[in-house]
Design a protein around this ligand. Structure first.
Ligand code: ZN
Length: 79
């Protein structure tokens, strides 16, 4: 799957990385280095299905309490 057009502004998407801030109750974790296609015009980020699943797994672990990062801790998605 290659980068297509941004759904919002129709610019050509670029390959890059983005961050995702996850909140569960009082806890906040930042998932960084997420591979994504990023719109250079409006900064919209699109994930592949595989990346979405990876984020879902991290979020699930976070929700279940098996992943307990401190406030503002970083979870590296590229690992
Ligand atoms: Zn855009």
């Amino acid at each position: 799957m290659g980068p297509g057009e941004c759904l919002l502004c129709k610019s050509k998407m670029r390959e890059g990385t983005t961050e995702f801030v996850a909140r569960v109750g009082e806890q906040v974790a930042v998932i960084k280095n997420i591979p994504a296609f990023v719109c250079p015009n409006c900064d919209e980020a699109y994930y592949t299905i595989d990346t979405q699943r990876k984020i879902d797994r991290i979020m699930l672990a976070f929700n279940e309490g098996s992943l307990t990062p401190g406030p503002g801790d970083l979870v590296d998605c590229s690992r």
